[in-house]
Design a protein around this ligand. Sequence first.
Ligand SMILES: [Zn+2]
Length: 355
Amino acid sequence: MEDTKKNIFLKNKSWAIILVAQFLLFFILSKIDFAIHFFSDFFEWKKKFHIMLFSGVRISVGDIIYPLAFLFLIYSLIQIIKNRKSSTLKHLLIFLNTTYFIYQFFWGMLYFQPLLIKKISRTEVEISNDNLKQLASKYLKLCQETREKVSEDDNGIFKINDIQKIKEDILKLQNHLPKQINQKKAVPVLSVKSSLYDKFMNKTGILGYYNPFSAEAQYNPNLPATNIPFTLAHEMAHQLGYAREQEASFIAYLCVKNSDNLDLQYSTRLYVLKGLLRALSQDKRNNDFILNLTSQYSEKMKRDRKKEVEFYESNEGIISDFFGITNELFLKSNQQEGRITYSYFINLVLAYEQQ
Ligand SMILES: [Zn+2]
């Protein structure tokens, strides 16, 4: 006999109550320093085993888990609406409870770690147009110099020499981060993989992502070569234990500071330069400066930049707009800045360079 709609919800009310209780619990925990500390320590403790878990599998296991979970959700919802099966609702609620718990325990609470900027400067960082311009000029020079030393393909566009070496170098570099900023330890295990959804990622404008359930780092291998080394360093900073986007980028930047890997250096310096220019572009008075600076890109840099612009323009569309919006909502819901403001990264870089 079919249950009535009301009936199946009443039957499973305890699982629903547990789910709501979890929302409340983690919300409260996020306000307690001791709890935040505990989750950081827990991440540090489980990191090695977790990253090792799927490091031996060549393809991304997380990329297989996600669509299976999605199918399960869709199937369950259809069963519940059409057949009003109480057992399906129960399974769905148990699934949601478990997933939410694992997510918060393994990752979500890391978003509440103390801000990195507090470890760099005790005083408020001054972001003035002058500071930004000075740093932009410095990074333009660094980019020009590094670009001369890297390889290029037949079209004269930057080419990565050895991607495996880049990944290994990042791991080593993570162990040499300044101690007053980072106390997390790198795990000598690589679990960095091409996304199975690379074609889809082209359209979304997402460069890479960390999977908190499988501890794998994924990146889009189709990206322009200039984007890839920095993206790897960024995703691996998530694996190190930095959840906030801007802080993962900052850790990536810090890693590369001590690196002699030219591919990593060029990609990162270019990323910083673009970030500075974007920060400057918020003030119209800087337009002349920006035009002047970008005109000083070396011919080689211009070719690389053109390749990037072509890639993003050819992939622009409804999906990337949609992802721009949802990504922003997601980041906001995690108390982060969305894509429009990126200044926290620039803040961190400025604070560090001003030290
Ligand atoms: Zn990220």
